[in-house]
Design a protein around this ligand. Structure first.
Ligand SMILES: [Ca+2]
Ligand SMILES: [Ca+2]
Length: 367
């Protein structure tokens, strides 16, 4: 990365981080001589990318025995602790259930609420399992993600392509076992629904298998060949969101939950039953609740729009890395914790940046 381009990117980011509508245009000649111009009125953006930022934490949980609605409980937790409980994995679930002195009581609300933006995520939600962008790998087959209602679970075909399918369909499935040092995958030929498969894998192994890259996809294709059928993998789609903005994909629903079909009137929120499994119910019920105390494991999503000369290759990993480095330096100088990570988020087609169509010019009085 030449100095001039690096300086220009730095300028762009300093403006971008001030939440202004400014962009820089760089023209580079002979790879390392660049002229950059920053413009502070931008109505036309050619490319956009999204970066995510997250940091890891240790949480302490507090079960509060005061019956409140979910919103009241959220307010209480934010005042006295950090927020309503976010739960990342079975280890944290055990931390919560073991902290209860009187087993059998209803533990009450956690921070999970039905939101508005469905997203695909992996059943295995371990913090350290996914490196940079590896939770974003997708290998959808032709005509998939066409919006067919209820197709919220993913299976792999013998050829390696993925299909979104109704979760209640029954197929063989592939588990992942973190304790195995040689072969982490376990193919179960008995057919089950996606949720039954998930429960089986969590009880007997670690979880349904995640696929983090093409190499793992190839391995799983070879491993699942004897089934000669669709095979469930750990990818699912839901619309639940955590109160503190965490991206945790961990869910521990009772087998028959969530079962409410209309979240509109009071919203839907999640509680922990005495069994330790989760239930959805309208958020205006009065329940005990669980707060947590600790650093927020927050994922901030920032969409970056950028106008560049046509020969600047934003698919170049070096250029993408230079951007991230600049963003990281600036955020750390503003107090971002050293353990925070910053990554570009790949879209479902594997690309970070997408060319945008020119928008309509804004009227002058809107600028
Ligand atoms: Ca489909
Ligand atoms: Ca329910």
């Amino acid at each position: 990365m030449c100095k001039h381009l690096s300086l220009c990117l730095s300028l762009f980011l300093s403006i971008c981080l001030c939440h202004s509508f400014c962009v820089c245009v760089c023209v580079c000649v002979c790879a390392c001589v660049c002229v950059c111009v920053c413009v502070c009125v931008c109505t036309l953006s050619l490319l956009s990318g999204v970066c995510g930022l997250s940091s890891s934490v240790q949480r302490q949980f507090h079960v509060v025995k005061e019956e409140k609605t979910w919103t009241e409980a959220q307010q209480y937790c934010r005042e006295k602790f950090t927020d309503l409980a976010t739960i990342d994995d079975m280890a944290e679930m055990e931390k919560i259930t073991s902290a209860v002195q009187f087993p059998g009581v209803n533990l009450g609300w956690i921070g999970l609420k039905y939101g508005i933006s469905p997203k695909w995520q992996w059943s295995l939600a371990g913090r350290d399992f996914y490196g940079e962008n590896k939770a974003e790998f997708r290998n959808w087959g032709k005509s998939q993600l066409d919006g067919t209602r209820g197709e919220y679970c993913a299976a792999i075909m013998p050829g390696g392509w993925w299909h979104d399918l109704l979760c209640r369909r029954t197929f063989p499935f592939i588990c992942y076992d973190e304790k195995s040092s040689t072969q982490p995958y376990v193919l179960v030929k008995e057919v089950k629904t996606w949720r039954e498969s998930q429960r089986y894998c969590r009880e007997k192994h670690t979880d349904l298998a995640s696929v983090r890259n093409q190499r793992e996809n190839d391995q799983i294709v070879a491993f699942t060949a004897p089934a000669n059928s669709f095979v469930w993998i750990g990818l699912f789609r839901d619309t639940w969101e955590w109160s503190d903005g965490s991206s945790s994909s961990f869910r521990h629903w009772d087998p028959t939950e969530p079962n409410y079909v209309d979240p509109k009137e009071h919203g839907l929120c999640a509680e922990i039953w005495p069994s330790g499994q989760w239930n959805d119910k309208p958020c205006n019920y009065h329940e005990n609740f669980i707060c947590y105390e600790g650093e927020v494991k927050r994922t901030e999503i920032v969409r970056v729009k950028l106008q560049v000369a046509s020969h600047v290759d934003l698919d170049d990993p070096d250029v993408q890395a230079a951007f991230l480095q600049q963003i990281g330096q600036r955020l750390r100088s503003k107090g971002l914790p050293a353990n925070a990570t910053l990554t570009w988020r790949k879209q479902s087609d594997g690309k970070v940046f997408h060319k945008e169509k020119n928008g309509k010019k804004k009227k002058r009085d809107e600028l």
